[in-house]
Design a protein around this ligand. Structure first.
Ligand code: ADP
Ligand code: ASP
Ligand code: MG
Length: 422
């Protein structure tokens, strides 16, 4: 008997029929003698529907009072799906109780719409488990010190599940989703993508942070910090498949590098369309310029990702960086109003139609020429690289958004990711 946490994503909870299937699967695990905690997402489309209603009434803005209400609103999606799952479990003859985040409670900071979990009280959950009940805990939400409801950012139910698993010292956290594991890249973009049997924690961190939305980055951080065994698997298999077979399916996130196995140089390709590029043109090339530009951006609480400064010509240079697309307008306004006049730069230019494509692999540590192979492959497709950044186990490029799928497919092939690994 073990304590197991299951998480079901929006598509897996997408209709009453699917919820019934989830209930049958969870009841099967409970009948096998496990103590079960389940963390559901809102039914697919529900979070978007709710947030769109808010936008109809007032456009989104960087305003605490408004964001508080967004969390109050969006958290209802998970409250509904959790109650429905508890009802479905009870209908299966399985005692079950659902709790909203604040009832557990799951405590977070007060950063509405992107709150971080600080602590989870396990007493209430343990009492129910000991009484033989399946405990359902809403994903995506918690409460701050003043009992305001908070949410954890889009895709945050993954993080709720892993944090709950860490707090309860669960044997394993199983993330059930609409694909049967972590693939070499998004299988919806590259049909030849292959499922990875295992993926190292470090690679999963990079892939999640570079745009593979199969796991929210913070869930991977939590799994690493508290060493939570984590597996991604499909909720679309028949609910009554053999439980031992199910427990071994999907992709396991591993924390120790397997010395015996030859590491693939590149394990996966991630991409995201969430960033925008901003260039400050005709900047004097002298000390303190990067600070003047990026200091102002940081003071406005805007995160910067990639940065590039060109060689100067006649004492002037161009300085480019990327920010999240949601911060694009705010950043350009800020630069035009405050920074440009002080700098004496000639213009601020922007491009929202870019994307970032990244190759990820711990094998890159011990191999040279990986980045150049990436650049060659892109040049063979006639794709212009606008920015580059590298770290020990990844190389990212910024390219025109319209070439994203072409680039991902070309790189997938160039690094033999469509071939079964040796
Ligand atoms: P859920 O609603 O279950 O949380 P998400 O839509 O958040 O599901 O995440 C699953 C989706 O992630 C898949 O449908 C797939 O399109 C996408 N995805 C992106 N990159 C990958 C990858 N490397 N492996 C698997 N899925 C990926
Ligand atoms: N329902 C939330 C979202 O759509 C959280 C989640 O699904 O993980 O982002
Ligand atoms: Mg998700």
């Amino acid at each position: 008997m073990a304590l197991i946490v299951h998480k079901y994503g929006g598509t897996s909870m997408g209709s009453t029929e699917r919820i019934r299937n989830v209930a049958k699967r969870v009841a099967k695990w409970a009948r096998a003698g496990h103590q079960m905690v389940v963390v559901p997402s809102a039914m697919s489309g529900e979070t978007n529907r709710l947030l769109a209603l808010a936008k109809e009434l007032a456009p989104s803005k960087a305003d605490t009072a408004y964001n508080r209400e967004l969390d109050m609103l969006a958290s209802t999606g998970e409250q509904a799906s959790s109650a429905l799952l508890a009802i479905a479990l009870q209908a299966e003859g399985q005692p079950s109780v659902s709790y909203a985040g604040w009832q557990v409670p799951i405590r977070t900071n007060n950063a509405y719409t992107k709150a971080r979990i600080e602590s989870i009280d396990d007493a209430r959950v343990r009492a129910d488990l000991d009484a033989g009940r399946v405990v359902i805990i809403t994903g995506f939400q918690g409460k701050d010190d003043e009992d305001n409801i908070t949410t954890l950012g889009r895709g945050g139910s993954d993080t709720s599940a892993v944090a709950v698993a860490a707090a309860l010292k669960a044997h394993e956290c199983l993330i059930y989703t609409d694909v049967d594991g972590v693939y070499t890249t998004d299988p919806r973009v590259v049909p030849e993508a292959r499922r990875l049997q295992t993926v190292s924690f470090e690679e999963m961190m990079e892939m999640a942070s570079l745009g593979s939305k199969v796991l929210q980055i913070r869930s991977v951080e939590f799994a690493g910090k508290y060493k939570v065994p984590l597996r991604v698997l499909s909720s679309f298999t028949a609910w009554d498949i053999d439980i031992n077979e199910e427990a071994k399916s999907g992709t396991l996130i591993t924390f120790e590098e397997d010395e015996k196995m030859e590491q693939a140089i590149v394990s996966g390709i991630a991409f995201n369309r969430d960033e925008a590029k901003i260039s400050v043109v005709g900047v004097p090339d002298k000390p303190g310029i990067a600070y003047q530009i990026l200091g102002a951006v940081a003071d406005a609480n805007i995160e910067v990702d990639m940065i590039i400064q060109n060689i100067s010509k006649d004492g002037k240079t161009d300085f480019s960086f990327t920010v999240h697309r949601n911060d694009y307008a705010r950043t350009t306004d800020l630069l035009k109003e405050k920074v440009l006049p002080a700098l004496g730069a000639s213009d601020v230019q922007g491009d929202t139609k870019i994307c970032k494509v990244s190759i990820v692999g711990i094998g890159m540590r011990s191999h040279v020429g990986v980045a150049s192979k990436m650049f060659r492959s892109l040049s063979e497709e006639g794709i212009n690289i606008q920015m580059i950044s590298t770290s020990e186990i990844k190389t990212s490029v910024v390219i025109d958004e319209k070439y994203m799928e072409l680039a991902v497919r070309a790189l997938h092939k160039a690094f033999d990711l469509d071939q079964p690994s040796a």
